[in-house]
Ligand binder design. Structure first.
Ligand code: IPE
Ligand code: IPE
Ligand code: MG
Length: 224
C-alpha cells in the first residue's frame, strides 16, 4: 500500500455546472465551495498532510471582469467565515502563487497564513494567481540572484512549494485532460487521475475511489 501525503486538485467544471443548472457560471463557483469543504474534511479523516487546490491560474485573468470579481469576493467571504474553524481544526493555510490582489485580500491571506502557521493536521496549499512556468522562471532568477548553481535541488527549494513534498496524486475534474500550467515541475512522478464529474458534483466517494486505486499502484520511479 502506497503512503499518501499529498493530493493536488485542479478543480475544474464550475462554470459549466452553473450554466447548465442555473444559467449562471458564478452559481457554479459558489457550489464548488461546498465540494472544497467536503474534500477538506475527508482529507483530514484520511490523514492526508497536504491538499493543494488550484483556485485561480495566471491565465484566468483573461476571464470577464465580473467573473474575476465574483471569484475573489467569494474567496474573501469564505476565508473570513472559515478562518477560525480552520484554525480550530489544526489546518495550516499557505498560498502558492503571486499575491497580487486587492490590499484587503492580500492582508487577509497574509493574516490567514500567519494565524495558522504552526498547525499540523492538514496543510492546504491554495494556488492563487499560480502558474507553473511563472514559478519556474522566478525560481531560476532567484538562484541566479544568489549566485547559486542551477541544480534540481536548488530549483525545488526556490519554488512556491519549497518544503512541500511532491504530490502523490493529482486529480483533475471536469472532463478535461490537460494540466493547464499546474505544478509542472512537481508532478514528474505523480499519479494522475481525470474525473468526468464537474467539480460541484465531485463527492467524497469519488475521492475515496481514487485514493484506494492509488494505494495499490506500483510506483516504479524508473526502476522495475
Ligand atoms: C474552475 O472551473 C474554477 C476556476 C478556474 C476558478 P471553471 O470556471 O474553469 O469551469 P468550466 O471549466 O468553465 O466549466
Ligand atoms: C484550470 O482550469 C485552472 C483552475 C482550475 C483554477 P481552467 O478552466 O482555467 O483551464 P483551461 O483554461 O480550460 O485549460
Ligand atoms: Mg475550466
Amino acid at each position: 500500500m502506497n503512503p499518501l501525503n499529498h493530493v493536488a486538485i485542479i478543480m475544474d467544471g464550475n462554470g459549466r455546472w452553473g450554466l447548465k443548472k442555473y444559467n449562471s457560471r458564478n452559481k457554479g463557483h459558489r457550489a464548488g465551495l461546498d465540494t472544497v469543504e467536503k474534500i477538506i474534511k475527508i482529507s483530514i479523516k484520511q490523514k492526508i498532510k497536504h491538499l493543494t487546490l488550484f483556485a485561480f491560474s495566471t491565465e484566468n485573468w483573461k476571464r470577464p471582469k465580473s467573473e474575476i470579481n465574483y471569484l475573489f469576493n467569494l474567496l474573501e467571504s469564505f476565508l473570513k467565515l472559515k478562518l477560525k474553524k480552520f484554525h480550530k481544526n489544526n489546518i495550516k493555510l499557505k498560498v502558492i502563487g503571486e499575491k497580487k490582489f486587492s490590499k484587503k485580500l492580500n492582508n487577509l491571506l497574509l493574516k490567514s497564513e500567519k494565524i495558522t502557521k504552526n498547525n499540523t493536521a492538514l496543510q492546504i496549499n491554495l494556488a492563487l494567481n499560480y502558474g507553473s512556468k511563472n514559478e519556474i522562471v522566478k525560481a531560476i532568477k532567484k538562484i541566479n540572484g544568489k549566485k547559486l548553481e542551477v541544480t534540481e535541488k536548488n530549483i525545488t527549494n526556490s519554488l512556491y512549494t519549497k518544503n512541500i513534498p511532491d504530490p502523490d496524486i493529482l486529480i483533475r475534474t471536469g472532463k478535461t485532460t490537460r494540466l493547464s500550467n499546474f505544478l509542472l515541475w512537481q508532478i514528474s512522478y505523480t499519479e494522475i487521475f481525470f474525473s468526468h464529474k464537474l467539480w460541484p458534483d465531485f463527492q467524497e466517494a469519488d475521492f475515496l475511489k481514487i485514493v484506494n486505486k492509488f494505494k495499490k499502484i506500483k510506483r516504479n520511479y524508473g526502476d522495475i
